[in-house]
Write a protein that binds this ligand. Sequence first.
Ligand SMILES: C[S@@+](CC[C@H](N)C(=O)[O-])C[C@H]1O[C@@H](n2cnc3c(N)ncnc32)[C@H](O)[C@@H]1O
Length: 492
Amino acid sequence: MTHEILSLAKYLAASRSEFSLSEMNQYLSKRYDEKDLHAILKPHFYDLDIFCSRDHKCTKLVKSPLPADEIVIRELEAQLKNPGLPLRMERLIEAYIEKSCGKNWNKGETATYIRENIMKQKEEYWKGKEESHYPGIRIISYLLYHFPVYFCQYQYLLLELFKGGVLMNKMRIIDVGSGPGTVTLSTLDFLRKLQDIYSRNKMDIKLNIRIGSIEHEHENIKCYKELTSGFLSSGGSNITIEEPVQSPVETAPVPDDCDLIIFSNVLAELRSLPHERADVVERIASSSKNPTLIIIEPADLDNSKALRLSQHSLIKKGYNVYSPCSFIWGRLCSGFNCWSFQEPGNIRVPGFMEKIADTVDSYRYLNTDMKFSSVILRRDGLTKHAYRAKGKFMALINLKKHIKKHINVAVSVMSGNLGDENTFVFKICDGTNSTPCYAVMPVYHMNEINRALIDTGYGDIVEISGALVRENLEQLSFNLFVTRNTIVNIVG
Ligand SMILES: C[S@@+](CC[C@H](N)C(=O)[O-])C[C@H]1O[C@@H](n2cnc3c(N)ncnc32)[C@H](O)[C@@H]1O
């Protein structure tokens, strides 16, 4: 019977731009309630290229970028200025913890046990993962401590893609190493925010989204299914969550054509070298026509540097960096010795985190600081910034020959302020330097012509004119000293 309904829907979708589900009864051998037809067809909306509204009107959906009007961007940015979990998400997580550990999970022995596990998980983070005999408690500790920050930070990358016109109304997304569903849930929340903004601005934007996942731990998949179905049920939309694939990513079936593939905090867990991790990423993306790959890693020195090496291996395999790196002189870097991360700020402390932190040394259980290394890759040459330096600018590779001279450079700002309130220090890069370079500006030199340096976003490009070159022999780095006479302009 499903076959008959499906072939009719296929026929109607191919021959008309709009039809209603009730209309289908004219042609079917048996009468159906519209609700039942909707439920039968829902898993097929994506392949049928249709959007069916709550009142059961189905329209053909033409794949196109999600409109990124100025007003929509402004509203989204305003929401991300105060990052935190939506209340509904907090409740779902707390309900999951309660179900697993009991109503009094934040009291007595249970709380002690959870806190011990949070500390153990943090140690593993620095020393490398050991096998756990308690996968159940691991996921609870993860939800309490790591999940909120990872959930929030991912939305800054979605915002970047949205602003660049890369997010589409029809997308297949794969969340690799999904854990409890951090990326999937964050995507659902982001799309919900976006849909609310569209509807407030009377923009009728229809979505058709399918999200799949790959994960090897059974406990994590159980949690993924419960949280994603719970979160999805709180708002009707054309978003389908596929049955998770339980497998090591190294041998998982290669997903069919995907638009967005995300490895969030996963590559660091693979027991392999950076170039081997790149092989894993490449294999998963191998059946996709023009995927956008997002790789996120912790910001610590080892993981962050390893990410740039994996990134470089992927470039050699035919990928290009969409962001954050800009190869301003058209030359690729080796990815060697590069420590660069983004710091969008702190998130609001979720209620469940406050509860587990309600003890001595509460700071040990509070994790609100977003800090991560990431790369977005494409295969079609699309980049966030198309800017290329020419003429009066000098490539950073030539700094050594210009010590104590004033020079002009065009560079990407690749860190937040690494100094303090008296001296601003920003990592800079133009893709030609293998020695770390920094722009250094004492606050007493800051004025209208150079303050753009502190106003830039991560990965943004600035032209710096008249900076003094200094060599830092102790740190084996170069500093470009920005004075009150140095001009800094944001470009690209
Ligand atoms: C640190 S968690 C990240 C979870 C989630 N992506 C996030 O950002 O919060 C790493 C996840 O990757 C999974 N994982 C690690 N190695 C894997 C492998 N070889 N194949 C599949 N999943 C793996 C772990 O089970 C875990 O759920």
